[in-house]
Design a binder for this molecule. Sequence first.
Ligand SMILES: Cc1cc2nc3c(=O)[nH]c(=O)nc-3n(C[C@H](O)[C@H](O)[C@H](O)COP(=O)(O)O)c2cc1C
Length: 380
Amino acid sequence: MNRRELLTSLAVALGPVPWLACPTVARAQGAQVGGTTPPVNVLEFEPMARQRLSRSVWDYISQGAADEITLRRNREAFDALRLRPRVLTDVSKLDTRLELLGQKLDFPILLAPVAAQGRIHSGAEPEAARGASAAGATFIISTFSTTRLEDIARAARGRAWFQLYVNRDRGATRDLVQRAEVAGCTALLITVDTPVNPMRDREKRLGVQRPYTGQSSGGRVSPIYSDALEPTLTWETVAWIRSFAKTPVLLKGILDPDDARRAASEGLAGVVVSNHGGRNLDTTPATIDALPPIIEAAQGRLTILLDGGIRRGTDVVKAIALGAHAVLIGRPYVWGLAVDGAAGVQRVIDILRDELEAAMALCGAPSLDRINRQLVWPER
Ligand SMILES: Cc1cc2nc3c(=O)[nH]c(=O)nc-3n(C[C@H](O)[C@H](O)[C@H](O)COP(=O)(O)O)c2cc1C
């Protein structure tokens, strides 16, 4: 039986199957790039992005730290979790809306801060922010963006947060936070998992030189210190930023329940459970494995986000089932940006949204508050 006969017999058996009969539908929904078939899921953007980028840019995006054990773990841990669907629930209306830090979101997926997007697309961060805005997602602007944060915030059209790498120059740090507020960023994420340069072997192989201060320990000049990073960053620094920040402040890069407890008692608005996409300290747990004890420690006092390895709508359901309020995606939207600019970013978000809705419906959870611990099978 050839393909046409197969489709015809399916149509006879099932009635009209419009998306099979009409290939233009699929094309209209997806980025038709260079004559290849449009990606049907987020993972399919990865090889397409790789094809379009130089080796060094590809390594910049995809690398993890050292042996990349944490990088792999982030994915493996999601795959290992088993969903436990409930049936016979009316799922004719699905509601993915939520309120996060007093802000209304249509769905629980935000775009993680990613530095130097000018390396990925000539439109850089404003191009990605336009895609996010078209899809209705919040864009988190990295301190190390290629373009001015004001231009990115404008492209994000009112849906932007700012990610801060604390600068050694406190005046510059304060100016940056205040510029982000004036530009309309409605939350501040302080990245706390990067006081020094991480050990990224792929970067070393490429001979990437990071600017370093030449600080020494025991007389030794160490390349781990960077002019752009602040090794004296502590809870006192965070309290100082909170003393003048006008938007909610969250800590990005929390993996330990004691740090989450301290964040809650210090009055922070929230934390991002993150291992920096496996890029910083290798051999930490996957973020989804680190999440449950953090939820317990926070006792409802913090907004809790999670990132690292989210590639499917089912991953979003699992993160929310285990207690996260929302998730961030990093590499997936970067692949979208490389493949098709703003349209690619938009498509990546749309696909994840579709998958999230399907997963919720098939789990018998028509709204986010119906996604709970019971939807994940207990561990073996
Ligand atoms: C190319 C790249 C650049 C990144 N730059 C930053 C950054 O400037 N600031 C930051 O806090 N995190 C940065 N991250 C980490 C992301 O915000 C996020 O934690 C991570 O990518 C999530 O994992 P995922 O890529 O598996 O979705 C970067 C990640 C990538 C892949």
